[in-house]
Design a protein around this ligand. Structure first.
Ligand code: GLU
Length: 535
C-alpha cells in the first residue's frame, strides 16, 4: 500500500476561511493517524481573483491555528512547485495529451454566442450548458482556425450517454448521468487551466491518495473522475466532508458570521480552542470528550465517525470552549504571555496612543475611552446607529454598501476607508456626517471616540467586518433577497454617477457558458448549480 498523502488546496482569493482550517484539520488528523503526509498546495489559477497577500494570509492563519504541513510553497518538497501558477506548462502538456486521447476538444465559440445560448437556456428553464457545437469540427475547419490563430479554450469531452459513479468513503456510491454534465472548460483562452484540470493533474502528480474536501465539490467530482479515466490514472479515494452551517442551518456565510480565521485571532480567541472546536464539527471522539488536543484527536482518529448533514458553527459554543481552555489549561502567567502576544503589548499600544493623546487628561482616561480596540462584542442600542432623518432600513443599506465597497480590498487603510465613506455619501446622497455617525457607533460602540478611519485601520478588516454585520443585524438584518435588491440599486446609483458606457470585452470568453461554476470558488461561495448527484 502506498503511503497516505493528503492535501489542502486553498485558493488565495479572500480572507483565510474557517472552512479551510476545518478541512485542513481533518486532512491533517487523517494523515497523521496513518503515518502519512499532509501537503499545502496553492490553487491560484484564477488570476483575476487571486492575490499574493491572500496566499501569505492563508499560510499565516494555518500556522496561527497550529497546523503544520510537510510540503508546501514555503518549504518546498519533492513534488513542487506547490503553487499552480508556477505549473502552467505541466497543465498545457497534459491538455495536449488529452486532445490526442480524444478526451477533450478545442472550442472557438465567441463570448456573444455563448451568452446568447445561455440566455435562451435560462429562459426555457434549462441548466446553462455548452451545446457541443465545437465537439465535431472537421479537420479542415480546425486547421484553418488554428492557422488564423483564432482564440480557443479546451473543453472536456463528457460522454453523451451513460452514468458516472463516484465512491465516497462517507456517502457510498453516488451516481449521476453524464448527459447532465457540462463540457467543462479545462484550459482557458489565456492558457491558464481551470480548477478542475489543475486539481486532478496535481493530485495525480503529487501522489495524493485521499481527497478530503468540502461537500460543495461533490458535484464537480464526476468531471474529475472522467479526467482520471481519460488519462488512465488510478483515482484517489474521495471523502467529502459535511458543510459548516450558520445557526439557522444555511451554509456558513460571512454575511451572518465571522468566517475569517483572523477574526478569531484578532478578537482574542485561543487558537487551540478554535482548532478543537473545528474538530467537533460533525465529529465526536470515541470517548465522547469535547475538549481535546490535536494529538489526542489523532490518537483515535477514525474518518468513518464523521457524521453527514452539516454542523452548526456556533460562536457561543466556541466562546464557551475558549473559556474552558483559559480556566483549565492556562496559568495566569501563561495567559498573560498569550495576551501580550495578542494585542496587549507596547507595539499595539503605540499605534493607539497617537489617536488617544488629544483625548486624555490622565493615563487613567486611556482604557475606558478606547476599550473597543480590545473588546470582542460591543454593547450599544440600535437607535444609536440611526442618524436623524434616516430610517433603520436605510442605515442598514448604507452599512452593507460600505462592506461591499471594502470587501475586495486586501489591505484596509484609513485613507481608503475614508474614500469609500465619501463615495457612499455621494452614491446614497447622504451627508458625510450621517455616514460617519453610524460608522462610529458600529465600530466603537460610542458616538465619541478617537478618529474613526484610523481606528478602523487599527482594528483591522476582520473585526470591522463583523462589527458591520452586527450593526446590520441590530438594524433588522439584511436577508438574501434584500441584499440582491441592494446590489442592483447600488449598481444603478453608481451608473447614474458615472454615466460612461462600459467597455465591451474584446477577447471571446467561451467560459461564459458555465457562469454558475466559477473555477475557483472560495469556500463560502454558493456551490455550482450542477445537477444534483443522486445517491
Ligand atoms: N481550490 C479548491 C478550494 O478552494 C480546492 C478544492 C479541492 O480540495 O479539491 O477549495
Amino acid at each position: 500500500m502506498s503511503p497516505v498523502r493528503v492535501r489542502i488546496a486553498p485558493s488565495p482569493t479572500g480572507a483565510p476561511h474557517v472552512g479551510t482550517a476545518y478541512i485542513a484539520l481533518f486532512n491533517y488528523a487523517f494523515a497523521k493517524s496513518q503515518g502519512g503526509q499532509f501537503l499545502l498546495r496553492i490553487e491560484d489559477t484564477d488570476q483575476t481573483r487571486s492575490h499574493p497577500s491572500y496566499e501569505t494570509a492563508i499560510l499565516e492563519a494555518l500556522r496561527w491555528i497550529g497546523l503544520k504541513w510537510d510540503e508546501g510553497p514555503d518549504i518546498g518538497g519533492p513534488f513542487g512547485p506547490y503553487r499552480q501558477s508556477e505549473r502552467t506548462e505541466i497543465y498545457r502538456q497534459h491538455a495536449e495529451k488529452l486532445l490526442l486521447k480524444d478526451g477533450a476538444y478545442r472550442c472557438f465559440c465567441s463570448a456573444e454566442r455563448l451568452e446568447k445560448m445561455r440566455e435562451e437556456q435560462v429562459k426555457r428553464g434549462a441548466d446553462p450548458k455548452y451545446d457541443g457545437k465545437c465537439r465535431t469540427l472537421g479537420d479542415a475547419i480546425l486547421a484553418k482556425k488554428l492557422k488564423e490563430k483564432a482564440p480557443f479554450v479546451i473543453r472536456l469531452k463528457v460522454p453523451k450517454r451513460g452514468k458516472c459513479t463516484i465512491e465516497d468513503r462517507l456517502r457510498g456510491s453516488v451516481t449521476c448521468e453524464y448527459k447532465d454534465i457540462d463540457d467543462q472548460v479545462l484550459i482557458k483562452s489565456d492558457n491558464f487551466p481551470t480548477y478542475h484540470m489543475a486539481n486532478v493533474i496535481d493530485d495525480h502528480l503529487m501522489e495524493i491518495t485521499h481527497v478530503i474536501r468540502g461537500e460543495e465539490w461533490l458535484p464537480s467530482t464526476p468531471k474529475h473522475v472522467l479526467l482520471y479515466e481519460f488519462f488512465g490514472w488510478n483515482k484517489p479515494e474521495f471523502i467529502h466532508m459535511p458543510l459548516l452551517l450558520n445557526p439557522d442551518r444555511t451554509k456558513l456565510s460571512k454575511r451572518r458570521n465571522p468566517t475569517s480565521i483572523f477574526y478569531y485571532r484578532d478578537a482574542g480567541f485561543l487558537p487551540e480552542a478554535l482548532l478543537n472546536y473545528l474538530g467537533m464539527m460533525g465529529y465526536s471522539r470515541p470517548n465522547g470528550q469535547e475538549k481535546f488536543t490535536v494529538e489526542e484527536m489523532i490518537s483515535d482518529f477514525d474518518i468513518g465517525r464523521v457524521a453527514l448533514g452539516g454542523s452548526v458553527f456556533d460562536i457561543h459554543k466556541l466562546r464557551w470552549l475558549s473559556g474552558k481552555y483559559i480556566r483549565e489549561s492556562y496559568t495566569p502567567e501563561k495567559l498573560a504571555a498569550c495576551m501580550a502576544q495578542w494585542r496587549i503589548n507596547s507595539e499595539y499600544f503605540s499605534k493607539v496612543m497617537p489617536l488617544m493623546m488629544e483625548r486624555m487628561e490622565t493615563m487613567g482616561d486611556f482604557m475606558p475611552r478606547c476599550s473597543f480596540f480590545w473588546a470582542g462584542e460591543l454593547d450599544y442600542d440600535a437607535e444609536a446607529l440611526i442618524p436623524k432623518k434616516h430610517s433603520a432600513e436605510e442605515t442598514a443599506k448604507v452599512l452593507q454598501s460600505m462592506i461591499a465597497g471594502l470587501e475586495h480590498e486586501p489591505v484596509w487603510n484609513a485613507a481608503m476607508i475614508e474614500a469609500k465613506a465619501k463615495e457612499m455619501a455621494k452614491i446614497w446622497e447622504w451627508k458625510i456626517r450621517d455616514i460617519v455617525a453610524p460608522l462610529f457607533v458600529a465600530m466603537t460602540g460610542k458616538n465619541v471616540a478617537p478618529p474613526l478611519f484610523q481606528s478602523m485601520e487599527l482594528l483591522g478588516p476582520h473585526i470591522c467586518r463583523y462589527r458591520f454585520v452586527q450593526a446590520i443585524e441590530k438594524l433588522g438584518g439584511m436577508p438574501k433577497e434584500k441584499l440582491a435588491e441592494l446590489e442592483k440599486e447600488l449598481e444603478e446609483r453608481k451608473a447614474k454617477l458615472n454615466p460612461q458606457p462600459q467597455p465591451k470585452p474584446v477577447e471571446p470568453n467561451p467560459e461564459a457558458a458555465t457562469p454558475t461554476e466559477p473555477e475557483n470558488r472560495p469556500p463560502d461561495a454558493t456551490p455550482p448549480e450542477e445537477p444534483p448527484a443522486t445517491v
